[in-house]
Write a protein that binds this ligand. Structure first.
Ligand SMILES: Nc1ncnc2c1ncn2[C@@H]1O[C@H](COP(=O)(O)OP(=O)(O)OP(=O)(O)O)[C@@H](O)[C@H]1O
Length: 535
């Protein structure tokens, strides 16, 4: 996609001054962790559609100008008209320069305008300098923590505390982004002293670390949040990452995926959410057992530090064939506004927490210790309570390095789902598994029915497997496979399947297989069964 974007290099050259409309600022940052370059962040009007767009100039040499040193230049894509430009200012103060239009991305044909990955971005797009208006829009368009919580509730069962903490964290994260755009507007308008003083208050970024057993909804929470605030979202696996210089997926590849997800709209990518799973596998402890290769967990944590905090990362543009070329031009992604959510199961972390709190001082005391040894159910409840009080020191004791933990001011503990919650997971959320299978059978004109006892048994089986909600799908798949195999072959009236029933017999018991879902042919068979059940 990108090669077509830049194929039209130097198609047209317009000598139009770069109009600085709202803000510009200079800062110095390392590129590729070694050389230091100056950067100028500016707002310009797109010469094609006149929409405002943010541009990041830097004096890093680009191959487009034969690597001429010392020039401030930028490559940028107008997200409104999807036109790529090369910018080269001929004066720095006030910033003025010329545009070279590089070409346009075909919108729908390549799916570029398939969706606008930045509902959030619309706010910035519309900033027209009226401060009240910016604040007003902030209030109108950014969902409040309660609204975010309400939407999460539609998809995620239980985890009330995590949902609340995340709603506030995400709201504050995007408010922080608007705060900086609002700040720029205010200083342009020459606002009063109090506002000017407030401008110097920098809001820190708040990445989130989710700690909870497998199948408790960590990934689901992150994915749903990204959908609610309508920003690009990617999932990365910490175990596949390598420290600098090692062969394997590198840290930059996460940002490349985010850029792809944002359809190469740099600003949208910079406001996205990245979920990094399995961070408990890059602890010092896990190095020998889990990584299975010559890469230190600590090295990977080190490699992630800069990106988590906020740095400008260079993402090489793909060559023809969509391969990334490290020697070619690149997109620059500033990670300071990307929200990083990390997740991990951190098995047995509760023991570390318990040790820290020396058991008796936590209020549970000896009876709880006894319970932890004897009853797995109570142990799960106690473990959840302990996880809620997790602190940085516990994670350091677990093997995360202090610098890594320091970049996660928000720690959230998730609890294992209990039997009732697993039954809800099956049927309640908007796209619950049970609803999905019902829809699938409905497509063949067949009704799928689960009895209450069957739903409980499915949950019990999942709990016995210790895989949380993750295990539900495998159980459903195994009891419904036979029915899904038969039904498409029974289109003839005489053999038409009317309904499929999942009852206790279909499931067997917690540790034994049942007979599988029952296929009902006669039209009234299901009605008779339901009447009997009611009776
Ligand atoms: N609390 C929940 N509410 C609704 N569905 C859930 C919940 N937890 C898990 N699920 C479902 O279970 C499956 C696995 O969940 P998810 O990937 O979020 O688990 P996880 O905690 O990230 O697990 P892991 O640590 O193994 O990555 C998904 O299909 C998800 O829809």
């Amino acid at each position: 996609m990108l090669s077509s974007l830049f194929r039209l290099t130097s198609l047209r050259s317009r000598k139009t001054p770069v109009g600085i409309t709202s803000s510009w600022s200079i800062f110095r940052q390392k590129w590729n962790g070694t050389e230091e370059y100056d950067h100028i962040r500016a707002e310009v009007n797109c010469p094609r559609c006149s929409n405002q767009m943010p541009v990041l100039f830097s004096n890093r040499p680009l191959s487009i100008t034969a690597r001429e040193p010392g020039l401030f230049q930028a490559l940028n894509l107008c997200r409104n008209c999807k036109t790529a430009f090369y910018f080269r200012p001929f004066k720095l103060v006030p910033l003025q320069g010329s545009f070279v239009e590089l070409g346009r991305i075909k919108g729908d044909a390549e799916g570029i305008s398939r969706k606008d990955p930045g509902g959030i971005r619309k706010l910035n797009d519309d900033c027209d300098g009226d401060k009240d208006d910016v604040s007003g829009r902030l209030e109108r368009e950014l969902p409040t923590p309660k609204e975010i919580y309400g939407r999460l509730d539609e998809f995620v069962i239980g985890q009330q505390k995590a949902k609340k903490v995340l709603s506030v964290a995400v709201y504050n994260h995007y408010k922080r982004i608007y705060h900086s755009s609002e700040k720029n507007e205010a200083s342009e308008l020459g606002d009063n002293d109090e506002h000017v003083a407030n401008d110097f208050v920098e809001l820190d970024k708040s990445n989130v670390l989710l700690i909870g057993p497998t199948g408790s909804g960590k990934t689901l929470l992150a994915k749903t949040l990204a959908r609610i605030v309508n920003v690009p979202f990617v999932i990365a696996d910490a175990t596949s990452l390598t420290q600098a210089g090692y062969v394997g997926e590198d840290v930059e590849s996460i940002l490349y995926k985010l850029l792809v997800e944002a359809k190469f709209d740099v600003e949208a990518a910079q406001h996205g959410i990245v979920y990094i799973d399995e961070v408990d596998k890059i602890t010092k402890k896990a190095e020998s057992s889990n990584m299975g290769r010559d890469v230190s967990g600590e090295g990977v944590q080190q490699a992630l530090l800069k990106m988590l905090e906020g740095t400008i990362v260079n993402i090489p543009m793909p060559d023809k064939g969509a391969r990334r070329n490290p020697h070619g031009d690149s997109f620059q992604i500033d990670t300071k506004d990307i929200l990083f959510i990390c997740g991990g199961a951190f098995n047995d972390l509760e023991k570390t927490i318990s040790e820290r709190r020396q058991d008796s001082s936590i209020g549970f005391g000896a009876p709880v210790r006894e319970n932890m040894r004897t009853s797995p159910l109570i142990t799960a409840a106690v473990a959840s309570s302990l996880l809620e009080s997790v602190e940085s020191d516990d994670l350091i004791a677990y093997g995360l390095i202090p610098e890594f933990i320091g970049r996660f001011p928000i720690l959230v503990g998730l609890s294992a789902l209990d039997e009732d919650q697993l039954v809800e997971v099956l049927m309640k959320p908007k796209n619950a598994l049970g609803k999905q299978y019902k829809k699938m059978f409905n497509m063949n004109g067949v009704k799928l029915y689960f009895t209450e006892t069957a739903l409980r048994l499915i949950s019990k089986k999942a709990m016995a497997k210790n895989t949380g909600a993750r295990g539900l799908r495998a159980i459903l798949e195994s009891i419904l496979t036979e029915a899904m195999f038969e039904i498409p072959n029974t289109k003839m009236e005489s053999h038409r399947v009317n309904a499929v029933l999942v009852d206790e017999e279909a499931l067997g018991s917690v540790d034994e297989r049942g007979c599988g879902a029952k296929i009902l042919y006669a039209e009234d068979e299901m009605d008779r069964f339901l009447a009997k059940e009611k009776h």
